[in-house]
Each structure stands twice: as C-alpha cells, then as structure tokens.
Design a protein around this ligand. Structure first.
Ligand code: ADP
Ligand code: MG
Length: 270
C-alpha cells in the first residue's frame, strides 16, 4: 500500500476567471517541488490548456475510448515538468459508454496510479453536467473567484448546487485578479458570508490571492506559464499555494485515487 495521487479540481461558476491559467501554473509549481503532475483538460469545447501552452497533443481520451491508443500514448509530457491528459473532445463520449466499456476504461487508467502524485482537473465553468460530475469525482475542489460581482454570484451558485444536491461541503478558494490583498480578502469574505448565511455548515478555506497583473497577459500571448517568471507577484503567491497543497495530508489507499476518480465519474447517477 502506498500514497495515492491527490485528485484536485480547478473550477468556477463563471468563465474567464483564470482557471486554465491557474491550473497550468499550479502544475508548474508542484512540478518544481518534484511532484509528478498530470493535468486533465476537462473544459469541453474550449481545449484550453494546449492553446495556453502552444502545444498540440496528437491524441486525447477519444482515442483511448476507441481503442486506438493506450493511456500512456495519450499522455503528453510538456517541457515544464508536468504532463497533460487531453480529454476535451473525448468526454462527451464517456456518458454514452456501456457498462462494459466503462469498466474497460477504468482498467485503462491503472498504470497512472504509480506514476502521478497530483491529478489536476481544469473543469470548465458553470453548472453544466460535466462540471458538476468532475467536481463530485475529485477529492479536493479549488474554486476560482474574482472580485467581480458576477463571479461571486456564479461561484455561490456552483457551491449551492454541490452542497444542496450532492452534499459536498468543503471547498478551497483562490481569489484571482485581485487589485490588492484587501480587494481579494473582501471578495472571499462576501462569498463566505453568503454561504454561511444561506447554506449553513460549510467549510470554505481561502487558499490564496493572486493579483491582477498585466504581465500575465504577455506570458499568455507567448504561450508560456507565467510561473517561469519568478519576479511576478503572482508567481510568489502561486508558490505559496502550491506549498500549501503539497502539505495537504495524503491518504494511503488500497484501490488508487485516480481509479476512484474515474469510477465516480463514470458510474455517477445523475
Ligand atoms: N491574475 C491575472 N492577471 C491578469 N490577467 C489574468 C490573470 N489571470 C488570468 N488572466 C487572463 O484572463 C484570461 C482568462 O483566463 P483563463 O485561465 O483562460 O480563464 P478560464 O479558464 O477560467 O476561462 C486570460 O486571458 C488570462 O491571461
Ligand atoms: Mg479555461
């Protein structure tokens, strides 16, 4: 029995809040801590991770489902120390699989268990089925919030659905695009108070605040993780966040966590 990978979602109510950017740079920061990171691009329709990094992975989950490729052939190593599991165009098919095919798919993920320390799932935004499913299947959820009022109401809506319909009551929060630390703390406080008032007992932890930093756009334009630039305040904040995540307790399990994640995802009852 050994430590199993920790499966984490990076999620939000609203699009464009920085999920993909944070997923990619968190993967970089954890890789720097000598962790083996696999990033699952689960944002359907918007194959984001590859665009952000200027990569073009030739295969995705659809090739695994069709039996054309093995899991190891789909996984795409990047020069930044982590790997990508391109899922986007393969995920809709998952819901249409027969029970037998689902079991086969589950077996296909077995080799990952010993090769990965963190599986980060960039989920896409909103209350779509696939966003909810990913969030139910993971062990830890990181909600990306920005100080914008719409981001707040949409984050609240996502938490509400996960809490009231699916009994999920523990969330990590990163405030992104904060104009100051105070601005970030206020955004978190608003979400916290709304959840406390209307949703009752719920655990909401402020994992970190990432500033609105114009230079981030430059890195996005250059298709490289901003984390490579250690002079950015955002990089320092992200390093703290990665260190906090690194220090989260890891469970020892017999049947691995990645398998558990896919099992929950595949056999979820609506
Ligand atoms: N902290 C930040 N400061 C400035 N721009 C940011 C920051 N975080 C994200 N962005 C920009 O916001 C846009 C949306 O980010 P993205 O990660 O694609 O969001 P999402 O995945 O949530 O839709 C990108 O153009 C990105 O460069
Ligand atoms: Mg995205």
């Amino acid at each position: 029995m050994s430590f199993s990978p920790l499966v984490i979602s990076v999620t939000s109510g609203k699009g464009g809040v920085g999920k993909t950017n944070i997923s990619v740079n968190l993967a970089c920061a954890l890789a720097e801590l000598n962790q083996r990171v696999l990033l699952l691009d689960g944002d359907l329709g918007l194959g984001n991770v590859d665009v952000l990094l200027g990569l073009n992975p030739p295969f995705n989950l659809a090739h695994l489902l069709s039996g054309e490729k093995e899991i190891e052939e789909i996984i795409y190593p990047t020069e930044f120390g982590f790997s990508i599991l391109p899922a986007a165009s393969g995920v809709p098919e998952i819901t249409k699989l027969s029970q037998g095919q689902k079991l086969e798919l589950l077996e296909a993920f077995d080799p990952l268990e010993k090769k990965v320390d963190y599986l980060i799932v960039d989920t896409g935004a909103g209350l779509h089925d696939h966003v909810i499913y990913f969030n139910l299947a993971v062990e830890k959820r990181i909600i990306i919030l920005t100080p914008e009022p719409t981001s707040l109401t949409d984050a609240y809506a996502l938490i509400k659905v996960l809490k009231n319909h699916h009994q999920v009551n523990s969330f990590e929060v990163i405030v992104n695009m904060a104009k100051s630390e105070k601005d970030g703390k206020e955004a978190f406080k608003k979400l916290y108070l709304a959840c406390e008032k209307f949703l009752g007992s719920i655990s909401l932890n402020l994992l970190g605040i990432i500033p609105l930093e114009a230079k981030i756009k430059k890195h996005v334009q250059n298709q490289e993780p901003f984390y490579l630039n250690k002079t950015l305040n955002s990089s320092r904040q992200l390093k703290n966040i990665a260190t906090a995540i690194y220090n989260w307790p890891k469970k020892r399990v017999i049947d691995g966590n990645i398998k558990f994640f896919w099992k929950k995802l595949l056999f979820q009852e609506g």
